[in-house]
Design a protein around this ligand. Structure first.
Ligand code: FES
Ligand SMILES: [Fe+2]
Length: 437
């Protein structure tokens, strides 16, 4: 049986909003994902604040492949497979640093910051000077930058990053814009948190795509004063008295999606930071700047989303999650936390504390999420369970080309409130790339 043939195994049924459990547990499908998705799509690999100076490097990952993000001695960015062309050893064993060359720890082949094989021990007496160094540089991916975010792709036939993001590009531009929508960049703080989860990598990506429906699982966290508003609730915006209309936006052709809140004109944004004077003052200035820049559109507050296949972002607590595949039943999560580079230190520190008590392996909200994903995965592995697809049909057929405001969707479809539109778009794209539609 062909593991993917839609005739033998309907894996994703967009007409009915059904998704087979097989795609979360089957080893053959997992292997095919590495070929058809992770080897062909643009993948987020890091941020410019990690590699500012010539020679700066940081290890990253593309699917299962370890990679090295390097700024070469002339200032250009490269992404290399972190595997020696001799016999495969990881060329770089450090998480990050600054180097003028990478000497393989195994036999000493040495590569420069442009990935060229620059020196080989025993070149004359061992190789009789017959080794063509120019042919044995590090394997290199395409690399592209968008507002400080760095992406890489193995496939020369894939469109440029801009075209590949399509209309979803605005979510990345917005995410990496400082709160006052003005000059300056975000900067990464506190390194990258990395941990593994016993579930398929798609659970997290799907959840962040636009699952406003699962708030019930965060009921206990909502009773704590987790947010900088000082009120109950885990989000800073929970304290805003005017209630927004939630917006889910899906981009059908790419599988990317975003979600946010549209507030009425004149809403009180600053109550979100009322408990912390420094934060309140910072965001008061920042929001005035945002209104100057964006006018009417400043009242749309992005909450987050997922860029297919495995990069999720959350704007309110500014962080990025990468859901790396590590086997069909294991996900390695990487979390990046960002603050505005020019914000006062006290503001950065408050934001850091807030995001870490909210998200990541120690974050109270994400602990709820991880429990859901782990147990949903465990309960989906069995022979009987695998016969029964997941139901993702909420709102099917009610998608709108234009929502409350025409400037919100811009190329996508909108559903307001709770919906599984974004998840359907995500799995439709998965099925397209897998040849399963
Ligand atoms: S594996 Fe790198 S020099 Fe041999
Ligand atoms: Fe959640």
């Amino acid at each position: 049986m062909d593991p993917i043939d839609p005739g033998t195994r309907p894996l994703v049924d967009p007409q009915r909003g059904l998704v087979s459990r097989e795609i979360f547990v089957d080893a053959q499908l997992y292997a095919a994902e590495q070929e058809r998705i992770f080897a062909t799509q643009w993948l987020f690999v890091g941020h410019v604040s990690q590699v500012r100076r010539p020679g700066d490097f940081v290890v990253s990952r593309m699917g299962e492949e370890p990679v090295l993000l390097v700024r070469d001695v002339d200032g250009a960015l490269h992404v290399f497979l972190n595997s020696c062309r001799h016999r495969g050893m990881q060329v770089c064993r450090y998480d990050q640093g600054n180097a003028t060359e990478f000497a393989c720890p195994y036999h000493g082949w040495t590569f420069d910051t442009k990935g060229r094989l620059a020196a080989v021990p025993a070149l004359r007496e061992g190789y009789f000077s017959e080794l063509e160094l120019a042919h044995w540089g590090l394997v290199e991916a395409r690399v592209a930058e968008l507002k400080g975010s760095i992406w890489a792709c193995w496939d020369a036939a894939t469109p440029s990053l801009d075209d590949w993001l399509g209309d979803a590009r605005i979510w990345i531009e917005e995410f990496f814009t400082v709160p006052d929508a003005g000059a300056g960049e975000l900067e990464l703080i506190a390194g990258v948190q990395k941990w593994t989860l016993p579930c398929n990598w798609k659970f997290g990506a799907e959840n962040f795509s636009g699952d406003n429906y699962h708030n019930v699982s965060h009921a206990s966290v909502d009773q704590l004063a987790l947010s900088p508003s000082g009120k109950t609730g885990r989000h800073q915006y929970d304290a805003i008295p005017q209630k927004p209309v939630l917006q889910n936006i899906a981009y059908a052709s790419t599988g990317h999606c975003g979600r946010g809140a549209l507030y009425p004109p004149g809403f009180d944004f600053l109550s979100a930071y009322a408990a912390v004077p420094q934060l309140h003052a910072y965001y008061q200035r920042a929001y005035a700047g945002r209104q100057t820049q964006l006018g009417e559109q400043a009242r749309f507050v992005p909450h987050g989303g997922t860029i297919f296949p495995n990069m999720s972002f959350s704007n309110g607590r500014t962080s990025i999650a990468l859901w790396h595949p590590a086997g069909p039943e294991t996900c390695e999560v990487w979390r990046f936390y960002f603050v505005p580079e020019h914000a006062p230190e006290a503001v950065k520190d408050h934001l850091r504390r807030y995001v870490i008590r909210y998200q990541g392996p120690s974050g109270l909200t994400e602990e709820d999420d991880m429990e859901n994903w782990n147990l949903a995965h465990r309960a989906s592995r069995g022979t009987i369970a695998r016969r029964h697809p997941y139901h993702m049909a909420m709102g099917l057929g009610h998608e709108m080309a234009v929502g409350s405001e025409p400037w919100i969707a811009r190329g996508g479809t909108v559903m307001e409130g709770v919906s599984e539109q974004n998840q359907r778009g995500y799995y439709r794209r998965w099925a397209q790339l897998m040849g399963a539609l």
